[in-house]
Write a protein that binds this ligand. Structure first.
Ligand SMILES: [Zn+2]
Ligand SMILES: [Zn+2]
Length: 82
């Protein structure tokens, strides 16, 4: 989903020029902190669904990955791998 701006880029103006419009078009809202995030600032995280045992993955912003905030996301259903 395209985003209008990236919260991480806004914290660090030196990064904005490098990512550009294409990075925003390929960006998404972080499902953990709900901040709009450009594609280069999204990271893949992996989990296993507790009910089915199937592996799955999604994108969360690098801020949440760095602080492990994503591991509190839906923890009743997901066993976090990353
Ligand atoms: Zn960004
Ligand atoms: Zn986030």
């Amino acid at each position: 989903m395209p985003v209008r701006y990236c919260a991480i880029c806004n914290e660090n103006p030196a990064l904005v020029a490098r990512s550009g419009q294409e990075a925003l078009d390929e960006g998404d809202y972080c499902p953990v902190c709900y901040e709009p995030t450009c594609r280069p600032h999204l990271s893949v995280v992996r989990w296993r669904w507790r009910e089915s045992g199937e592996l799955d993955s999604g994108l969360v912003c690098k801020n949440c990955v760095r602080t492990y905030a994503h591991r509190n996301w839906d923890v009743f259903h997901r066993d976090w791998i990353t």
